[in-house]
Ligand binder design. Structure first.
Ligand code: M6R
Length: 614
């Protein structure tokens, strides 16, 4: 996830104008930023590592420059945050500049060909291949529009791109698949951006580009076609929201926005990692298959939500690989003199990549000789840099302190990695791996279905926010791991006490607390343990507790007569994948209760997004 802004028109100091617009997109990425301005004198580019402020501070005479401008704030995916890796990227002669949001899946193959043709690369990014590809097409076709179209036909992956050039200084070419891009229509001038808030100070007339759209943007107008030059008609609409609502995509809080982004982040995390035959590939992976097979011990280490993802990972790995896996909270691991040696693989999970306890655990594991694999969201973070191997979760920046989209992408990464090891070990047939992959690929649409209708969860949340003095979350097996995450979400944003228990433990103590006014959320998504969960639900109802059940679609055992509310999620063929779907109603339940109680949802009291102290 990166932020894109652009402008074509007659205004003076258009560089400053575009960077002001870009400021509104910093929530989309903030590890580096850059700007390009095209005039008949050529294309000038400035890029700086760090927040947009660093770039603005270094503008010099560019601060007052005018021309056709594109600018970018980056959230690194390929290549660590640095001046060189910041966008815009330029062709060999510095005549074409390009910014990109997304991932070029076939960049390695394209880069090889371009290098062989003599192109000189200045960065480690996947993006840079795009601008060299355009350059190479331009050399043949002699026409920018055709060159951009032709280059894009060779690209697979996700992109929103904008291109300016010395050849047509009054034009921006833009195109999109998967990553967002909107056009702001002005009078004798036009704007573009990744998101509406960026342009709202200048115009409220907006066209939202759709996948496959290609735009030629000049001061005089916008021509929309598909990649094959067939005209496209997109309706313009008038934005009526205020800027603050717009920054959150129209949602009242970043948390709700991030919950709704989850299907997309899962798609992004799967992209480029599964083949058409349903096998797992990690294109940049350095750990050799032989090394992977040599480990006799696997540790998963993390904090908070990432630890809960690790709990799911442990069950999945053990189920799939039949190998013992230990999962430990990082602050315990580092002081427990863990049994780690050179035959240990330590999987370190962290959204921020900066959590002090997790970083210390990584160092402890390395010092004891383990090989470390980090599952991290923030590219270039300390954990990503120090681990021997990294699998990135493509969740994009997570703004709300309570983690949601990072969690589901951590789960996806663990599933992919487990399947990858199983593939190397020949533990599973190709068909079985493909059936897991098929289920994983279907999850985003299923989750989008859950998110499209949240009425049931909103209704019970409204009742519970007034009546529930405390919450228990119960589940067995993987449902217990999900319960842990559900309880954490509830306590951190609603401030209502919430505890997770393996459901079988209820009768060993916590049942004493169940009475009217106590809510017990019972997860029953694991078929093999379903009947046992039914008994636990009955134990709760017999004590007049409020029971909320989370079940799979077509459930026959629980309905509104037996429990106070039923929250249904779609099923998957493999129950081990259910945690990705089962967590969604729990995130929503916590959210709507906290919202009803008027809590500071995005920044709960006493908490920080990244805990960089012990
Ligand atoms: O950045 P990390 O994933 O390392 O952060 C770990 C925890 O601090 C984090 O998951 C925390 O528990 C969240 N606030 C939970 O919503």
């Amino acid at each position: 996830m990166c932020g894109i802004a652009g402008y074509v028109g007659p205004r003076k100091e258009s560089v400053r104008l575009v960077l002001d617009n870009l400021k509104r997109l910093e929530y989309r990425g903030y590890d580096s930023a850059g700007v390009a301005v095209a005039t008949s004198a050529g294309v000038r580019v400035l890029k700086k590592e760090g927040k947009l402020g660093n770039l603005v501070g270094a503008l010099g005479d560019l601060a007052t420059a005018s021309g056709t401008v594109i600018a970018h704030t980056r959230w690194a995916t390929h290549g660590r945050p640095s001046d060189q890796n910041a966008h815009p990227h330029t062709d060999c002669d510095g005549k074409i500049a390009l910014i990109h949001n997304g991932i070029v899946e076939n960049y390695l193959e394209l880069k090889e060909k371009l290098l062989a043709d003599g192109h000189k690369f200045a960065s480690d990014t996947d993006t840079e291949v795009l601008v060299h590809l355009i350059e190479s097409e331009y050399r043949v076709l002699g026409d920018m529009e055709q060159a951009v179209r032709s280059a894009l036909r060779k690209v697979t992956g996700a992109y929103a791109i904008c291109v300016v050039s010395e050849y047509e200084p009054g034009t921006i070419y833009a195109a999109k698949t998967a990553s967002p891009l909107i056009l702001g229509l002005g009078d004798g001038e036009n704007f573009l951006a990744s998101d509406i808030p960026a342009i709202m100070r200048h115009t409220r007339r907006v066209i939202v580009m759709e996948d496959g759209d290609f735009a030629k943007i000049t001061a005089g107008g916008v021509i929309l076609t598909d990649l094959e030059s067939r005209p496209i008609d997109r309706k313009e609409f008038a934005v009526t929201w205020d800027v603050h609502t717009a920054e959150k995509g129209g949602y009242p809080h970043f948390m709700l926005k991030e919950i709704h982004e989850q299907p997309k982040t899962i798609r992004d995390t799967l992209r480029g990692r599964v083949t058409d035959e349903g096998q797992i590939v990690f294109p940049d992976f350095r750990l050799s298959p032989a090394r992977l097979l040599d480990f006799n011990r696997i540790f998963i280490v993390a904090c908070g939500t990432a630890y809960h993802a690790g709990m799911v990972g442990k069950s999945f790995f053990e189920h799939l690989l039949r190998r013992p896996v230990e999962v430990q909270v990082a602050s315990e691991f580092r002081y427990s003199d863990p049994l780690v040696d050179s035959k240990t693989l330590a999987i370190i999970i962290s959204q921020s990549g900066e959590t002090a306890d997790t970083l210390a655990a990584l160092r402890e594991a390395k010092a004891k000789g383990a090989t470390t694999l980090a599952i991290v969201n923030v590219v270039g973070s300390s954990i990503a840099r120090e681990a021997d191997e990294v699998l990135y979760t493509y969740a994009g920046p997570e703004i709300c302190v309570a983690s949601t989209k990072a969690y589901v992408t951590q789960l996806v990464s663990l599933y992919l990695f487990g399947l990858y090891i199983a593939q190397q070990e020949n533990k599973l047939s190709k068909d079985i791996v493909a059936s897991y992959v098929e289920d994983l690929l279907a999850i985003p649409d299923k989750m989008a279905g859950v998110l499209a209708d949240t009425k049931a969860v909103e209704k019970i949340a409204l009742r519970l926010s007034n009546t529930s003095s405390c919450f228990f979350f119960l589940g067995r097996g993987l449902d217990f791991a999900v319960s842990m995450e559900g309880a954490l979400k509830m306590k951190e944003i609603s401030y209502i006490h919430a505890e997770a228990y393996p459901a079988g433990e209820l009768k060993h103590g916590p049942l004493a607390l169940v009475e009217p006014g106590v809510t017990v959320v019972c997860l029953a998504t694991q078929s093999a343990l379903y009947d046992k969960m039914l008994s636990n639900v009955k134990e709760v109802k017999a004590r007049e507790g409020i029971a909320v059940a989370v079940v799979k679609e077509n459930d026959q055992g629980l309905d509104e007569r037996s429990v106070d509310a039923v929250l249904t999620v779609p099923s998957t063929r493999h129950d081990v994948l259910m945690p990705i779907l089962a967590i969604v109603p729990l995130q929503l339940l916590a959210y709507y209760i906290a919202s009803d109680l008027g809590r500071e949802i995005d920044q709960p009291r006493n908490l920080a997004k990244s805990v960089t102290v012990e």
